[in-house]
Design a protein. Sequence first.
Length: 361
Amino acid sequence: MEKIKYLIKERAQGVKIPENLGFGLIYTDHVFEMDYDPAKGWHNPTIKPLENLSIHPATMFIHYAQSIFEGLKAFKTRSGEAVIFRADRHIDRLNRSAKRICIPEVDPDFLMYALTELIAIEKDWIPTRDGEALYIRPVVYGSDLFLGVRPSTRYKLVIMLSPVGAYYPEGFVPVKILAQDDYVRAVRKGMGECKTPANYAASLLAGQKAKEQGFTQVLWLDGIEQKYLEEVGTMNIFVQFKGEVATPKLTGTVLPGVTRESVIQILHDKGYNVTERLISINEIVTEYKKGNVLSIFGTGTAAVISPVGLLSYKGFEMKFDYTDSNVLAAELFKEISAIQRAEIVDRYNWLTYADKKSVEV
Ligand SMILES: *Cc1c(COP(=O)(O)O)cnc(C)c1O
């Protein structure tokens, strides 16, 4: 792979991170970009000032959604080092998504190197208050100009960065979710396990209707029978039964979340009986009535852990009292946040340190 080209903009005034960050509203000065064509492969890796992409209206991905993305986070440790959480797993997943929709894979070692270089250069943009992080958004899209349907022959990869605020600025707020059977997100052998924009487009209407009824998120049921739990909104889901913490198994329709993987590992090592299996909505209703469902929570990079306060299915409301029954969600949130900020020992080797190597800004 060729060397990265650095076009770094001087920052006379330094970096000023705004107070109220929200999510995905503010972008840092620089991006990483590279291009693919069949003759050169991935080439022209560059770290450069953020600027608009200039896109011809015939650019393939805006018509046929041949695009993939990732979402991961960088943090600053107490001693001021920049770290990225589980970057290798996200790069891995980017390449798995790429394969499914005919996008050429990227050399994972090179991408890891490019990512650490970018984070090192943009380190001053990492916010440090509780719950804050630098959100990393890689995206790859087909860039041929063509109105017919086939895989693009050329691609662009962009990594942009966005300082984000605490997901729960007022503390851990349980969400209200609606299990519905009017719409499905994905079906087996489709693209449900890929991080690709089309899955999000498929989810919007159900999400909007749930919001109109006062719910925060949709609980997705399987695409064939609308019987088995899949995901909640854009998060994976865990159900804490008496004596078992269960999460839907990866049948091809569920996004294999990195947070999901981390939670499974932590629970397993703490001695919980954690299972990956089919969980039907009827099982939840039956067990809830017997008092056997202690808590439900979602997992994902943005929120880390999101406790469910209310689950509604066909008009039957199941309530989970956060203060006494959802202790597990709070514990997991604390533990993962502490690992991410290197406040406790990184016992799983989940952090990649991004230090300035070849460049000085
Ligand atoms: C990204 C994503 C998740 C969560 O994955 P993480 O790797 O934990 O951030 C879950 N579901 C969907 C549909 C997603 O796109």
